[in-house]
Design a protein around this ligand. Sequence first.
Ligand SMILES: NC(=O)c1ccc[n+]([C@@H]2O[C@H](COP(=O)([O-])OP(=O)(O)OC[C@H]3O[C@@H](n4cnc5c(N)ncnc54)[C@H](O)[C@@H]3O)[C@@H](O)[C@H]2O)c1
Length: 250
Amino acid sequence: MSPVAVVTGAASGIGRATALTMARDGYEVALVDLDGAGLTGTRERIEDGGGKAHEFALDLCDPLAVGSVTREIAVTIGAPEVLVNVAGIGVAATVLETSDEDWSRVLAVNLTGPFLTTRATLPLMLDRGSGVIVNIASVGGLVGLARRAAYCASKAGLIGLTRAIAVDHARDGIRCVAICPGTVETEWIGKILANAPDPAAAREAMAARQLDGRLGTPDEVAAMVSFVAGPEGRFINGAALVVDGGMTAA
Ligand SMILES: NC(=O)c1ccc[n+]([C@@H]2O[C@H](COP(=O)([O-])OP(=O)(O)OC[C@H]3O[C@@H](n4cnc5c(N)ncnc54)[C@H](O)[C@@H]3O)[C@@H](O)[C@H]2O)c1
C-alpha cells in the first residue's frame, strides 16, 4: 500500500505542483481545495503520470467539513503520513486599508485552516507514531511586505504554529516544518500582474525583488516539500526554511 499525503490548495499553483511531486514520490494523494474543477485537473494530471489521487472539495475554514473529510480520507485511502498545508489567500492592504472582513478571511484561510487540518490529522499520525506536517508560509512571515498587513500577520502566525507543533510532538515521531517562498509564478501572481496598470513593468519589479532577478517556479517549492517530507529531511523540525531566490538576503 502506498503512503498517503494530503495536500491542500491542490487545485492550483504551488499546491498542484506539490501534489504532482508527492504522487511522483510514490504517495497516494488526497487533493483538497475549494475549487472542484481545479482539483479534477490536478487529479487527471496525476493519473496520466501513473499516480493515484482523490478529490475533496471543501472550505478549509469549516471545522466540521475538515473533520469529516479527514475521517473520510483515513477510512477510504488510509491515515496520512504527510500533510501539506498550501491553501492561502492574500489581500493588498495596509492596516488602515484592511476591512474587518478581509482580516478575518485571511487569518481564517492562512492560519485557522492549517490549525484545523492539523488538529484533525495529528491523532491519526500519533496512532501510527510518525508523520510530517509541512506548512507553506511565506517570506511575508519573516519580513514585512508592503501593503500585506493581514497576510504577513497570518504567515508569521503560521510559522509560530509550526514551531509549537514541533515542540509538542517531536517525541511522538511527528515533524512540523514551515517553508517560506519568495515570489513564485502561480495563477495567484498571474492575477495580480494582470490587474496591474502596467503588467510588464509590475512583473519586472516583482522579479527584481529576488537576487536571482526572476520569479520562482511552483516546482522549486514542491521540491523542498518533497525533501522535507522524505527520509533525507528527517533532521529538519520546527524550522522556517526560506526558498526565495535570495529575496530576504538583501
Ligand atoms: N505565489 C507566491 O508568490 C507565494 C509566495 C509565498 C507564499 N505563497 C503561499 O503559497 C500558497 C499557495 O499560493 P499560490 O500562489 O499557489 O496560490 P493559488 O491562488 O494559485 O492557489 C491557492 C489555492 O488555495 C485554494 N484555497 C483558497 N482558499 C481556500 C479555502 N478556504 N479552502 C480550500 N482551498 C482554498 C484556492 O482555491 C487555490 O486553488 C499560499 O499559502 C501562499 O500564501 C505563495
